[in-house]
Design a protein around this ligand. Structure first.
Ligand code: CP
Ligand code: NVA
Length: 311
């Protein structure tokens, strides 16, 4: 490829779309980009680039982190919602993708089924980033692992305890474990476990299933959880509250984890449900760094998807 050849389109639809070497590059770039941000150093490699952000579900962090990140890098964003666009009036996804991707350089989508984002990407002229689907939340795990590395160094060989729903976050942690070489201890109520056909692992070596959430936390270097009811599943909320009652990360669970274990939650959190206030607001919790790091990690991701490896 010579200097004038455009970079081939690379989408980020699930964590397994990138290799361990590409993640090493992203974590390094995220640290550099974060340092520049903290020093008020202008860094605008995406001047004149535009990103469309399509939200079919609510968001605080994903919207702010992508939007602020894109502006800081010199670009701009167009914000679309289902209700406010023709997406909510049954325009085919393929048609929307063809049109939108002729006018922007990058697309971020938060939607329901992974099939929808895959269909959009198949018809897009520009890279598409998954800002959360029912199945995956790769940008969140990118930020979470960047946060772990900042606090504790490499995640390779470490144990991450997942306590709660076998949801988009859990699926993404499992993909990350296989690529980056760590182990996930998964504990979910029965009936809410991981759907292996969704995660698509090459082997089962990178995770262990525990009936008892306390046992999942034993020796873990990171304990993490998420809401009992994800967006799109609200009708199940009351039933889930009963089934998930024992899957609340509390101080007893944190005591069983490694002495220097971290606690993470992608947020928004429900104190008294999936996590006790003492844990999320306690000394082992890094949830605020985790949230902030969405922006730094995604800036590295946008830079990589649009410009390739920038030294
Ligand atoms: N963690 C996360 O994706 O938050 P939002 O739903 O606020 O974007
Ligand atoms: N699992 C949650 C994550 C929210 C950021 C959801 O999908 O609603």
């Amino acid at each position: 490829m010579n200097a004038n050849t455009p970079k081939p389109i690379q989408h980020y639809l699930q964590f397994s779309d990138l290799s361990a070497a590409e993640y090493a590059h992203l974590f390094e770039r995220a640290a550099v980009i974060k340092k520049k941000f903290k020093a008020y150093e202008k860094y605008q490699p995406l001047a004149d680039r535009t990103m469309a952000m399509i939200f079919e579900k609510a968001s605080t962090r994903t919207r702010v982190s992508f939007e602020a990140g894109m502006y800081q890098m010199g670009g701009s964003v167009v914000h679309l919602t289902t209700e406010g666009s023709q997406l909510g009036r049954a325009e085919p996804i393929a048609d929307s993708a063809k049109v939108i991707s002729r006018m922007v350089d990058l697309v971020m989508i938060r939607t329901y089924g992974q099939d929808k984002i895959a269909e959009f990407a198949a018809h897009s002229r520009v890279p598409v980033i998954n800002g959360l689907t029912n199945e995956f939340h790769p940008c969140q795990i990118l930020a979470d692992i960047f946060t772990f590395i900042e606090q504790r160094g490499s995640i390779k060989g470490k144990v991450v305890a997942w306590v709660g729903d076998g949801n988009n976050m859990a699926n993404t942690w499992l993909q990350a474990a296989e690529i980056l070489g760590f182990i996930v201890h998964v504990s979910t109520p029965s009936g809410y476990g991981i759907d292996q056909s969704v995660v698509g692992l090459r082997s089962n070596d990178s995770y262990k299933v525990f009936k008892d959430p306390m046992e999942a936390c034993r020796g873990a270097h990171l304990v993490t959880t998420d809401v009992w009811t994800s967006m799109g599943y609200e009708a199940e909320n009351e039933a889930r509250k009963m089934v998930f009652a024992d899957w609340c990360v509390d101080t007893e669970m944190m005591k069983l984890a490694a002495p220097d274990a971290l606690f993470m939650h992608c947020l928004p959190a429900h104190r008294g449900e999936e996590v006790e206030a003492e844990v999320i607001d306690g000394p082992q919790s890094v949830v605020w760094d985790e949230a902030e790091n969405r922006m730094h990690a995604q800036k590295a991701l946008m830079e990589y998807l649009l410009l390739g490896c920038v030294a």
